[in-house]
Design a protein around this ligand. Structure first.
Ligand code: FE2
Length: 302
């Protein structure tokens, strides 16, 4: 089956966007910029993530994921990861005994959520002026880096990411979150590329993930969700956003998007940053919170 073509552009180098690029983002809710980062930049992040995993002792947290207290402890490990570098496993990584079923390098789903602040290699790339320029050209006046995720999408066991809007997880009033998703390896339909609903960002926020006394909960904000999960607005259908190494995809915070499981033999590694407008208050019931001594920061002034 042939999928509809998406509009794609070649990055300019300094991050400056043309009127056609801005128009595509306004229309579709996403913008694809090929060759935004060099193969060398991508290889450096892959190497750094690999080193972080090598230095991570899964035994320290395996008990968290396998103990009787599982959900409370897992929630705590996740809820306190907003200003830390933490490792999250694929859902089926553990045997009933609590041991990993395969090597840790092949078991980790993602690393989050403050690589961009705490790791020098990730921090340097995350704060390249070209990224700040993209965000500002697309309407984010005071971009602040709120969250980073290194996503492995492991061969064969890489799990799907169900359809969502990023504003569900990172709320400001008004909504300002913008995703910057960088392909570190080719992303194809075979290894679980992203899919998005063009124009879907013009719809409302459908859900909100909030922190409460008991941990976290998901609030339904409208009754628009269908039995299948998400409406297809204006006759639009989800389109695959295939990407080569170094492609940057910018995502509007209200754009419905998802990615499939990876049943192929190749990983689909990616690095995602989420920016918000730093002039807006950060709600206390967002799941992601940072300690006062580790404030979210923006881009260095040139
Ligand atoms: Fe997302």
């Amino acid at each position: 089956m042939n999928a509809p073509e998406i509009t794609r552009f070649t990055a300019s180098g300094d991050g400056g966007l043309t009127p056609a690029m801005r128009a595509a983002y306004e229309r579709d809710g996403f913008l694809v910029l090929d060759d935004f980062f060099s193969p060398g930049d991508c290889a450096a992040l892959i190497g750094r993530a690999s080193a972080l995993v090598a230095g991570f002792a899964p035994d320290d947290v395996a008990s968290i994921f396998s103990s009787a207290n599982q959900s409370a402890l897992t929630d705590k490990y996740f809820l306190e990861s907003g200003d830390e570098i933490r490792f999250f496993f694929e859902e089926e990584a553990f045997a009933p005994s609590g041991a990993l079923k395969q090597a840790k390098e092949l078991s980790i789903n993602k690393i989050g959520h403050a690589l961009h602040d705490l790791d020098p290699v990730f921090s340097e790339l995350s704060r390249r002026p070209a990224l700040g320029r993209v965000a500002q050209d697309l309407g984010l006046a005071t971009p602040v880096l709120m969250q980073s995720m290194y996503i492995f999408k492991q061969p064969r066991i890489g799990g799907e990411v169900v359809c969502h809007q990023d504003a569900t997880f990172l709320m400001t009033e008004p909504i300002s979150v913008m995703g910057l998703w960088l392909a570190l390896e080719p992303a194809t339909r075979e290894n679980g590329c992203m899919w998005a609903l063009p124009g879907g960002h013009r719809g409302p926020l459908l859900r909100r993930f909030v922190r409460d006394e008991g941990g976290v909960r998901m609030d339904e904000l409208t009754d628009e969700l269908t039995a299948e999960g998400w409406p297809e607005r204006a006759g639009a259908a989800y389109v695959p956003i295939e990407a080569g190494t170094g492609t940057l995809v910018v995502l509007h915070g209200l754009l419905p998007h998802r990615s499939g499981a990876n049943r192929s033999d190749r990983s689909r590694q990616a690095y995602a940053l989420h920016l918000v407008d730093g002039s807006l208050p950060w709600p206390a019931d967002n799941w992601l919170q940072r300690r006062p001594e580790r404030p979210a920061r923006g881009f260095a002034k040139p």
